[in-house]
Ligand binder design. Structure first.
Ligand SMILES: O=C(CO)COP(=O)(O)O
Length: 137
């Protein structure tokens, strides 16, 4: 499964701890991230992460493009609700597209953990079935 990891600056320590905690699960999947988040996760965990541009420079849009192509299966976006972001429209666009395509999306640590448990227990297997159905068409 393709998983996107994104964290605003004040949430990056949380993202790092999250990826350390779930490293053994995450390493079984394809990881994507915005630039700085990806770098921090790779440094802390040694996981392989495909890094896009930094968020303010278009990284959210690049992940959004994957969502629009139905190529992203799960998004963990630890957003900072208390700090204004210069690229707020891009952030909103990514959240919106996740809803358009019904992509499981967590915007805080508590929800992210629930998604990890779901992933662990095969509850997101329907995403793989969806890809297989598309291939068979
Ligand atoms: O700003 C972000 C998401 O909106 C995150 O970008 P970085 O991971 O490059 O800091």
């Amino acid at each position: 499964m393709k998983i996107a990891l994104i964290a605003h600056d004040k949430k990056k320590p949380e993202m790092v701890n999250f990826t350390i905690a779930y490293k053994s699960l995450l390493k079984k999947h394809e990881l994507y991230a915005t630039g700085t988040t990806g770098l921090k996760v790779m440094e802390a965990t040694g996981l392989t992460v495909h890094r896009f541009q930094s968020g303010p420079l278009g990284g959210d849009q690049q992940i959004g493009a994957m969502i629009a192509a139905n190529q992203m299966d799960l998004v963990v976006f630890l957003r900072d609700p208390l700090t204004a972001q210069p690229h707020e429209p891009d952030v909103n666009a990514l959240l919106r597209l996740s809803d358009v395509y019904r992509i499981p999306l967590a915007t805080n640590l508590a929800s992210a953990e629930i998604l990890m448990y779901a992933l662990m227990h095969g509850e997101l297997h329907w995403r793989e079935l969806l890809h297989q159905n598309k291939e068979n068409k």
